[in-house]
Design a binder for this molecule. Structure first.
Ligand SMILES: [Zn+2]
Length: 287
């Protein structure tokens, strides 16, 4: 679904700030309010602020739905944050900061900052998930140049696309840039391979197969090159050239959507919203 249709759909589903507050409350405290300080489960509600403040009956600690999250102290209405999450998690194409600023009526700087924080939260989530069981992986070339002159080759970067192999369609995918691999079209070095395994594969894996050489056209691991190609094309088309420093966040965002596509019964939007409402993502996002 394109972004405009998604925005219409979101506005039908959540037509007011109050409805967004109710959804965020349900996802943050599914069993009712819980004080983050003393775990007490009842509070006074102070409604004079833009977002309700909850003051714990027991310890008087005040908290809000967005306290200690990526949305903390943001002056942007909750509904605009939720709409942004809806687009990121549900669309096929995501959105860049220029378009987002226009669509939700915020400044470019605000749109850029919102997207950066949400992507960081997604990356932090992925960092905590290690591939386990049977894992297959393949060396790929990010920003592959059509004419491999010496200068053009300097723009290429090595990446590994990997997935858990399952009998269902619920593989978990990761695409990770490999700064340790100097020659993207060469053989995967032991150092780069060890680094990838250390960072992204659980020690209890049962089978690990890495296609160590960049192969064109790909001869094996049929699913992986197709997914990597879609990711790289999407990044080119949507963002028109991204600095390498940010590329990993976009790749993680792409994989987030990919990983939720086949999961029946889970709503990627509610998952992302629940993730950002958990305070654990804030410190990392601010870094
Ligand atoms: Zn308390």
């Amino acid at each position: 679904m394109d972004v405009l249709s998604l925005i219409k759909q979101f506005k039908r589903l959540y037509s007011s700030e109050e409805e967004c507050i109710a959804l965020a409350y349900k996802l943050k405290w599914p069993s009712g309010f819980q004080c983050p300080y003393c775990k007490h489960c009842s509070a006074y509600i102070i409604r004079s602020r833009r977002l309700p403040l909850y003051e714990c009956h027991n310890c008087r600690h005040q908290t809000s739905l967005t306290s200690n999250t990526v949305m903390d102290k943001s002056r942007t209405p909750l509904r605009k944050w939720l709409l942004t999450m809806y687009i990121i998690s549900t669309s096929d194409t995501s959105i860049n900061a220029v378009s987002l600023a226009k669509r939700i009526d915020v400044t470019y700087k605000t749109a850029w900052s919102m997207l950066k924080k949400l992507r960081q939260a997604i990356s932090d989530l992925d960092r905590g998930i290690l591939l386990s069981g049977a894992v297959e992986a393949k060396l790929e070339v990010y920003m592959k140049q059509p004419i491999p002159t010496y200068e053009a080759l300097q723009r290429e970067h090595a990446a590994i696309i990997a997935r858990t192999v399952t009998s269902t369609n619920c593989s978990y995918f990761k695409i990770k840039l490999l700064p340790a691999q100097k020659h993207p079209r060469g053989l995967l070095t032991n150092h780069a391979e060890k680094q990838f395994i250390k960072d992204h594969v659980s020690i209890d894996y049962t089978h690990l197969e890495i296609n160590r050489r960049f192969v064109h056209p790909p001869r094996c691991q049929a699913i992986l090159p197709g997914i990597a190609r879609s990711a790289f094309e999407w990044m080119n088309e949507t963002f028109h050239g991204i600095g390498l420093a940010y590329s990993q966040f976009y790749l993680d965002e792409f994989c987030f959507r990919q990983n939720h596509k086949a999961k029946l019964g889970t709503c990627p939007f509610e998952y992302l919203l629940g993730l950002t409402l958990s305070s654990a993502t804030k410190s990392l996002a601010a870094a």
